[in-house]
Write a protein that binds this ligand. Sequence first.
Ligand SMILES: Nc1ncnc2c1ncn2[C@@H]1O[C@H](COP(=O)(O)OP(=O)(O)O)[C@@H](O)[C@H]1O
Ligand SMILES: [Mg+2]
Length: 397
Amino acid sequence: MAKLPWGTRQNLTDDEFYNRTRELVNIKNLLYSTSQSNPPEILFSGIRGVGKTVFLNKIKRDLDKEGYLVVLIDFSIAECYQRNNLSLNGLLKHYYNELIKECHKKGLNTITKEISKFFKTKNFKLKDITIVKDIPIPIFAGEEDINKLNDFILELPQQIYENNQDKLKGVIVMLDEFQIIKELGEYLDSFLWMLRGHIQNHNNTAYIITGSMSLHDPLLQRIAGNDGVFGGRMLTQQLTPFDKDTVKNYLKEKMPTLYFNEKSFERFYNCTNGSPYYVNTLANYLPENIELTDKIVIDTFDENLDQLLKKLLITWEKLSNREKDIFIELMDKKLKRKDLAEKMNVQSGSLSKPLNKLLNLSLIKVNNGSYEINELLLKRWLKNEFKEKGYYPYRFD
Ligand SMILES: Nc1ncnc2c1ncn2[C@@H]1O[C@H](COP(=O)(O)OP(=O)(O)O)[C@@H](O)[C@H]1O
Ligand SMILES: [Mg+2]
């Protein structure tokens, strides 16, 4: 039974990885200039499930073999974020750990030397370096100076290059799930400026910032817009869902046991919107070796919607009641904040925090002051649940 990779996979084999030829060539060509001391800064965006992480892992594998140190840092698995306690220092600690891990994997074991050198040249008083789980941690002579530590961490990729020029063509740092930094609140700007301050002086380190952001996302503007933190410097690239022909050819090649007719294929495409995540998941649930009708496709889709939306439902459950109320209120029609407040019988001002949270998660979007649903599949799931159970599920236990 030929099964497609499930949607939770972050790393596909070359055989499983489909298409994206043009995008691969484009981004690799940009990255190659790193070896000529002219590294790019790239903002790589695309909706949830479109294949960004899988794509970055593919680039990582390829460029790793070609002599680059490639570090993929997933912000969403930082301990501080997982524990609901996102902080700048916590994020940088994660950044540091991932960097060191990758150096070890690549056999660059001179890290401790690099650390000493860095602190000597910057005139920091370093008392000692301890090793915790293979990771060297600098101990300061005086009170631990967090800012110095942060500077040090952000300088490290370029430092690693400079100490290993004979072995490396360049360093590539990929920051994945970058959109979670929205939760830094008032520290967001300082983080972006700090990042920029360092990376703009790195002549042999390329940076790719990526995350599930739509083109309308204000964070995107804030980073790469004309008056954004990185100004015009940052190159933007977008990964889009598979188009109809791509999906058709993909399924024909990788799962020839699915027999669509024209109508059922149309339905399949509409359900999945060409997002590889949904394409793979829905295709895996469809019955094989029979002619698929429109009804089979839509029924299978609805029956497995909770599997398809697994990640999203975790996000849903974590929302506060107020946030859930707002989402449900917006399912029927888009509303201005004032009208939403009226419908919910609350002060308009009390809605700004929950609305921002929903916007940050890309569950809703705002257009000319009107708020509307962005995650249509979540809406569909909620409506189905309501039809079946008579209430909207606020919790799953
Ligand atoms: N090029 C591809 N070929 C085949 N399947 C893919 C491809 N890109 C993504 N997928 C499928 O989509 C899923 C989600 O991809 P992922 O990279 O995690 O999305 P994102 O990071 O954009 O949210 C993967 O687990 C895989 O099943
Ligand atoms: Mg991802």
